[in-house]
Design a protein around this ligand. Structure first.
Ligand SMILES: Nc1ncnc2c1ncn2[C@@H]1O[C@H](COP(=O)(O)OP(=O)(O)OP(=O)(O)O)[C@@H](O)[C@H]1O
Length: 265
């Protein structure tokens, strides 16, 4: 999946330092620090309830953190208004797609471009997303609510692209999709990154897909980062193989993988 491309810069476009977010008394993320370099695809892996969605919501301003700081392109965006954060060049594709069901596919795309004044650029980007997802051109005038789950996921990613962002936060693009469709969507996500230079922070339960598509990965457990490394190295770690890829050291699927204690080696 990963095409050859120039080495990535070390320059972080997004920096989280000791971020903590809660829902009332429930601490969902605890002291999370992570960096995403310009031009890379970074991923946060973790099981149900680990806090992945909360990290993305905290970055995009939907949840205000209790502690810590978030920097985007050198500016402080901690607890800023979500609309302001979009204007800075950061778009969020939420879990569960969330398209506007009663608006046409084209109008959904235009909603994604509402902060832009460059009409020619917007028209060019509509063509670009139709190039990535040709089915959306065919359905351009239909209500988005009539699209299948996979097509809505395509529209949701496309709507985020319409803001011409520097960074896209992508929440579980594989959720509820067939393996074939998941693979297709991941291939397009990698193409968007390579062709447009868009930086991507992806959270996923499908560790196999995420580790293949991404450059750098973080493992989140109970709201804490327990491991980080390049995805090439993470794929070789025994705990990742066993607990996230479902493989034992001999390559056999482990039936008791969730019951065994992890040591993060
Ligand atoms: N609105 C909410 N109110 C109270 N607790 C919440 C709320 N949303 C999430 N939580 C709790 O916060 C923790 C982290 O949830 P989060 O949705 O961030 O996890 P996740 O890793 O994205 O899980 P999943 O993969 O199932 O989407 C969980 O314990 C969850 O029960």
């Amino acid at each position: 999946m990963s095409a050859v491309r120039p080495p990535l810069s070390d320059q972080p476009v997004l920096k989280l330092l000791n971020v903590e977010s809660s829902y009332g008394p429930i601490k969902a993320i605890r002291g999370v620090s992570l960096q995403v370099r310009r031009g890379e695809i970074a991923t946060v892996l973790g099981s149900n309830g680990a806090g992945k969605t909360t990290i993305l919501k905290t970055i995009s301003g939907i949840i205000d953190p209790r502690k810590g700081s978030i920097e985007f392109k050198g500016g402080n965006i901690t607890a800023q208004d979500p609309a302001y954060i979009v204007q800075q060049g950061l778009s969020h594709v939420p879990e569960g797609r969330e398209v506007f069901p009663l608006l046409s596919v084209r109008d959904n795309l235009l909603m994604g471009a509402y902060t832009r004044k460059d009409r020619d650029g917007v028209a060019k980007d509509i063509e670009a997303v139709f190039g990535y997802f040709p089915i959306l051109r065919e359905r351009a005038l239909q209500d988005a609510g009539l699209l299948s789950g996979g097509q809505q996921q395509m529209l949701s990613i496309s709507r985020a692209l319409m803001a011409s962002p520097d960074l896209i936060l992508l929440d579980e693009p594989s959720l509820g999709l067939s393996p074939k469709l998941t693979k297709e969507i991941f291939e397009i996500v990698v193409r968007i990154n390579r062709e447009r230079g868009t930086t991507i922070l992806l959270v996923e339960q499908n560790a196999n897909m995420a580790l293949n598509a991404s450059d750098y990965g973080y493992v989140l457990e109970n709201g804490r980062i327990v491991m980080e490394d390049t995805c090439a190295r993470l794929r070789e770690k025994e705990d990742i193989k066993e607990f996230y890829l479902g493989m034992k050291e001999d390559g056999v699927r482990s039936e008791r993988r969730w019951k065994k204690k992890k040591t993060w080696r």
